[in-house]
Design a binder for this molecule. Structure first.
Ligand code: URA
Ligand code: SF4
Length: 214
């Protein structure tokens, strides 16, 4: 894929301008089958940015991130952790829904490394505007997009860390003051054998995020 860079408007720019430009992105083939681009959502002065994987079926239809079942669970967890929803901007590593058609159904497929790389300029542009204090990484795909291929959610979750130098690329994330915190993806809670325990773990991790910005 050619990547999203040529669709990213030059600075100065607003989140609204980024969102509108991303609506026309053809940086990888995912735009062809998906309904629409699903850009990030939240206040421009949010101190915490939550990064998920890619929009799901419901998000693809509504054009908004985390508005399906995983999104409901995530919002509840944000609330239970004491994070102020107005202080949170929610986005995804990949902005189009990747799926496989089976009959009338659309089955979620994980984005590949090429999609993550192609879509990364949007995430970088969001970060450069928002200048978050803390980035919460939801699950393995977001972790690999932001921190690199050696990221392991089971090992790195729940620990507040300075933005790792290994995750920096020239001209990439403006990371000077950013902290990162990884946790599980809310979809993993929905799939867990013991949902209550998994949900409690997600909330505990988000409490560390809440404490870090309070
Ligand atoms: N899962 C994600 O990672 N992002 C969404 O927006 C919805 C579900
Ligand atoms: Fe562009 Fe990202 Fe959509 Fe690919 S997934 S077309 S890079 S917005």
């Amino acid at each position: 894929p050619v990547g999203a860079q040529q669709w990213v408007p030059p600075e100065p720019r607003s989140i609204e301008q980024l969102k509108s430009a991303a609506g026309g992105c053809e940086g990888c083939e995912l735009h062809a089958d998906a309904t629409q681009t699903v850009f990030g959502r939240g206040a421009a002065d949010a101190r915490v940015v939550l990064v998920g994987e890619q929009p799901g079926d419901v998000e693809d239809q509504k054009g908004l991130p985390f508005v399906g079942p995983a999104g409901r669970l995530l919002r509840e967890a944000v609330d239970d952790a004491g994070l102020d929803a107005s202080d949170v901007y929610i986005t995804n590593a990949v902005k189009h829904f990747r799926f496989e058609r089976r009959g009338n159904r659309r089955i979620h497929q994980n984005p590949g490394p090429a999609h993550i790389t192609a879509c990364r300029p949007w995430l970088v542009a969001e970060f450069s505007l928002l200048k978050p204090e803390l980035v919460v990484i939801l699950g393995a795909t977001a972790g690999r997009a932001l921190l690199g291929p050696s990221f392991r959610v089971t090992q790195q979750r729940g620990r507040l860390m300075p933005w790792p130098a290994s995750a920096q690329h020239p001209g990439d994330f403006p990371v000077a003051e950013i902290h990162a915190l990884a946790t599980i993806h809310p979809s993993a809670v929905l799939r867990a054998d013991n949902r209550e325990v998994a949900y409690g773990g997600l909330v505990d991790d988000l409490k560390i995020a809440a404490a870090a910005v309070s």
